[in-house]
Design a protein around this ligand. Sequence first.
Ligand code: F6R
Length: 231
Amino acid sequence: MKIHRVKSAGQGQALAAELFAGISDESPDSPVGLATGGTMSGVYSALATDGFCPKFSDAFALDEYQGISPASENSYANELTRKFTEPLNFQGKIHVPGQGDYAGQQGPKQFEKTITKLGPLSVQLLGIGVNGHIAFNEPGSSFYSKTRVVELHQETIKSNLVYFDGPASMPTHAVTQGLSTIKQASKLLLLVLGEAKEFALSKAINYPDESTPLAALLDHPGLELITDLNY
Ligand code: F6R
C-alpha cells in the first residue's frame, strides 16, 4: 500500500483529484469508479476547480439506497449528477446499481456483467464509514462479496439520518458493489480523512478481519491511501 500523508482534509481531497485525473487520463478507454458522501464532494469540487475534462465515457457508482427514486435529492444517482456530471460537463454514462437497467431482482447480476464487460476500472475512488464500511459493505461482509442488496447497519442509519426528513423516510436497505467487485479496479484511491475514521483505519490495519470491511482492500497491489491521520 502506498501512503500519502496530508495535513488537512482539503489537501487530501485536492491530491485525490490530481491522482484521479492523472490515472484516468492515462487510460481514457477504461471506465472509472465514483463514490458519494462528504469526502467525495471535496474531490469533485477540486476536479471542477482544476478544470478537469473527463476523457472516459463510463463511470460506475459504488452504491445506492434500495428503492429510492433518482429524482430524490438523497439518491446517490442524483448526488452524482449534481456533483460530478453537471459541474464537469461529463457527457458519458454513470452506471448506478439499483437504478435503470440495474433495478429489480436481476439488477445486481446485470451490474456485475456490465462492469466485467467494460472493465477493469482504471481507478476507483473510495471513502470509509466510521464503522469501517466500504461502499455499503457493512461489518461482517464477506471479502468475496459481489453486488447485492444489503441491510444497513444501525450506525450507518444513525449517521445518514441527518440527510433525510426522519426515520420513516430513511431507507433500511441498499444495493452495493461487493468487496471483490471493488477489488477488480486497477487502482484504489482510498481517502481516510478526519479523526472520526481513525478507529476504523487502525482496526483494519492491526486486526484485519471481516469485522472491518476496509481490511479486505489491504492486499490490493494498487491501493493508495490518502490520510491526515497518524494511526
Ligand atoms: C458512498 C460510500 C461510503 C462513503 C462513506 C464515507 O458511496 O461508498 O462508503 O464513502 O460512508 O462517507 P463520508 O465521506 O460522508 O464520511
